[in-house]
Design a protein around this ligand. Structure first.
Ligand SMILES: Cc1cc2nc3c(=O)[nH]c(=O)nc-3n(C[C@H](O)[C@H](O)[C@H](O)COP(=O)(O)OP(=O)(O)OC[C@H]3O[C@@H](n4cnc5c(N)ncnc54)[C@H](O)[C@@H]3O)c2cc1C
Length: 533
């Protein structure tokens, strides 16, 4: 810990208004909102870089983001998300829009583009599917998306209400959503169309929440489709700019954010959270303890077992399932995005089969055909990339993999997992490169550097126990779990981040907003709308 600000800081400031465990989007947003309300916040992150899934990592002169490739609505002035990011960063974070075609889905050798704007997207789908019955189905689909757009407010406001009030009016506030959240995406889409190709294209972005249409809640699908309807933005300077612009806001109120500080326990006395114990044995106290570490880590690992037992928290956890894990291929090329013709968009690459369930069933082991690969070009999306990394470009390929396939290497150390593991990674890299070259053949022979991560890397750097990328799986059941809220049965202990709301950068931020609303007894949505024009 030599040179780490931790020892000197905590010696002088031993009590905080709030300690936030984890510096992901949910930790950053709640910390900034509390700081702006004058609270002294200590944010503790176990990784050596702040930001959780928004962290940026650098190697050999290249920089890659991990869990942020595009965010909807942030690039459009006047939207709530644009205002919320301006609020938590004191106007310091800037967004750069992606191309008007922000997503491209490739099935075999046929490409389907997703243009910005509802009517453009509708017209585009209708062009791809000109049959009269498909046109009717596409209109019905957009009508459903519009219905969903306006029904969620009560569902989420309920989460920030005091528990007694939520028990009283919660069921009514939540009920509107169930009509859409109780059914799977596939059930709903099959009620609109029999055209499996159309369903395959409409759900081409399913990787954004990690569950095939047969398993995902239609509500999640609709939230996501609406989120990206007007295109997407990317943070100027890369995903790491979020933490960089939030930390000064925390510091301005006397707080701080520390990395490489692992919380091992939440200290509870008489059912009240009063502090945390760190890996080095030190204890720090605060009026409120907020966990961004995920509900599983918080209840299973950080709370004393007797407290979890008293409140039947393990039973709650048993009702939840983790989302999927991933492998990431991080590629570096010594040339500019312009010279390499890299687009500011993402590709979803599928086999020549539109049925995502079938593709998934055939994905029985690491040697099987990939059901989907995702390709992003961060250096092209970031207008400042050449300022920070002149003459260099980065590319990322992501695939979803079951955590179980990696269990055999669980006990091994990062970078020393053995020959068999290295060979497996090399085989996977080959398949991911093959998909990359399907959409960017101009990159063949130009790769200067690459590395590949596995769910075990994710587990090491984020502490998510199954390397899960989206917290709890977005099944219909998840949206019925009223306990996924900031308040916990332990006084002054709160949850923030994607498990409170939904996965995504916007979901993490809104999880923090609900948490801040619950702690400050204020409608933070109203506060933000009022203070940012
Ligand atoms: C590969 C990938 C791609 C994605 N792409 C996108 C995208 O393009 N757009 C989008 O909107 N969303 C995307 N997401 C989803 C999005 O990144 C997440 O939903 C969101 O960032 C989650 O934020 P969070 O704060 O809930 O959790 P996290 O970001 O996971 O943060 C939790 C933090 O807690 C820390 N922690 C855990 N335990 C402890 C402890 N004991 N002590 C101290 N610290 C601890 C962890 O190290 C971590 O930093 C992607 C995610 C992944 C993984």
């Amino acid at each position: 810990m030599a040179g780490h600000p931790y020892s000197s800081f905590t010696r002088h400031h031993e009590h905080f208004d709030a300690i936030v465990i984890g510096s992901g989007m949910g930790g950053l947003s709640v910390s900034a909102m509390l700081a702006k309300a004058g609270k002294k916040v200590l944010m503790l992150e176990q990784h050596y870089i702040l930001g959780g899934y928004t962290h940026l990592f650098r190697r050999r002169g290249y920089a890659w983001d991990v869990g942020l490739h595009y965010v909807g609505q942030v690039h459009i002035p006047g939207t709530f998300l644009n205002k919320a990011f301006r609020y938590i960063t004191n106007e310091q974070l800037k967004w750069s829009p992606l191309d008007d075609i922000y997503d491209r889905a490739v099935f075999g050798d046929k490409e389907y583009v997703f243009p910005r704007g509802k009517e453009n997207l509708r017209a585009q789908f209708k062009e791809y599917f000109p049959a009269a019955e498909d046109q009717v189905s596409i209109d019905a689909y957009f009508t459903l998306l519009e219905e969903v757009e306006h029904i969620g407010v009560g569902y989420y406001i309920e989460k920030a209400l005091p528990v007694f009030l939520s028990k009283l009016i919660g069921p009514k506030l939540r009920s509107k959503v169930f009509k859409y959240s109780d059914r799977t995406t596939l059930e709903v889409l099959r009620s609109l169309t029999k055209n499996e190709q159309l369903i395959g294209v409409l759900t081409a972005q399913y990787g954004d929440y990690g569950l095939q249409p047969a398993e995902s809640s239609f509500y999640m699908h609709a939230l996501l489709a609406n989120h990206y309807m007007d295109g997407a933005g990317y943070p100027v300077g890369g995903a790491g700019s979020i933490a960089e612009t939030v930390v000064p806001v925390i510091e301005a109120a006397g707080g701080t954010a520390l990395h490489q500080v692992r919380v091992t326990n939440i200290i509870v006395e008489q059912n009240k959270a009063i502090g945390v114990k760190l890996a080095d044995g030190k204890t720090i106290y605060a009026d409120n303890i907020i966990s961004d570490a995920g509900i599983h880590n918080t209840y299973h690992k950080l709370l004393p077992a007797e407290v979890a037992k008293q409140h039947h928290l393990e039973e709650q956890l048993q009702q939840l399932s983790p989302s999927g894990a991933h492998m990431g291929l991080y590629v570096g090329i010594k040339d500019t995005p312009e010279n390499l013709h890299l687009p500011k968009c993402n590709y979803w690459i599928f086999p020549n089969e539109y049925n995502h369930e079938l593709n998934q069933q055939r994905y029985e082991n690491l040697d099987a055909t990939l059901p989907v690969s995702y390709v992003s070009f961060p250096a092209a999306k970031d207008p400042d990339s050449q300022k920070h990394h002149p003459g260099r470009s980065t590319v990322e390929v992501i695939i979803i993999v079951p955590y179980d396939w990696f269990k055999q290497w669980e006990g091994t150390e990062w970078r020393k997992r053995g020959e068999e593991y290295q060979q497996m990674k090399a085989r996977m890299a080959e398949k991911m490169f093959a998909d990359l070259y399907r959409v960017a053949p101009q990159l063949k022979g130009k790769v200067d550097y690459f590395d590949i991560s596995s769910p075990l890397s994710t587990k090491k750097f984020t502490d998510h126990p199954f390397g899960e990328i989206y917290g709890i799986a977005h099944t219909p059941k998840r949206f019925r779990q009223a306990f996924l809220r900031p308040q916990t049965p332990v006084k002054n202990l709160y949850l923030t981040g994607q498990d409170v709301m939904i996965a995504s950068i916007a979901g993490g931020l809104m999880g923090g907003l609900l948490c801040a609303s619950a702690i400050l007894h204020k409608n933070m949505m109203g506060v933000i709308k009022k203070s940012i024009q």
